[in-house]
Design a protein. Sequence first.
Length: 231
Amino acid sequence: MSRITKNYFTLDELTGIWKLNDPDLRYAVENNLLKLSVWIVGRRMEIGGYEETPEGGSFYIPHEHRLMDGLVDVCRGDILTLFHDGVVSTQSFCLPDDTFASLIREDDVISLNRSDLLVRREERAQFETNVLNLQPVVHGKCIDFRCFDFEKELYEFTEMQSRALNFMFECARKGNPEQYYREILDAASSASAKLGHLFSSRPKWTRIIKKVAGRRGWYCMEPMLVAALLT
């Protein structure tokens, strides 16, 4: 498992994790169940959007010119062409705010192949939760906390961090949810001096592990997460 907290993933690494074949992937794209993105580097583009007329039609309005450097979404028709032909050349991309980014020069295009396709972190989370119905993986009595969804948000932790989370879950399941930080670190085989040091690479850990009020150095797992895992 990667030790880097990623804001996006390659499509190929995720289809391997999801065990998703090409026909199912195409179905997901065709039915707007999954949006795919690419990384644009230093391309000047026109940003614009469509507005409706009183008669129910629509017309395009340019908003600004901008130097694009980052993630943009690939329009569905271009993805389907890419899947069919192995490559696609395009001038326009979709943005998350329902606007479009288009290359300014008419003779300018960007060629894409499958290896260019990416999935945003938030898009991965909604697809795994709402479409694939993935839940934390259970191995006997041990839940794999390296990658899981909670309240429609994706969480990823290192192997050592996941051992700490599993220890906290087991304690909660056995009716003893409040644990001293030193016990948690020992369970994770961590040499860190503080729990915050162990989880320093994952700022969202405080949404999963809570301080116990009135007991300095004591923590418990978020009760709603425990309840969801025990359901």
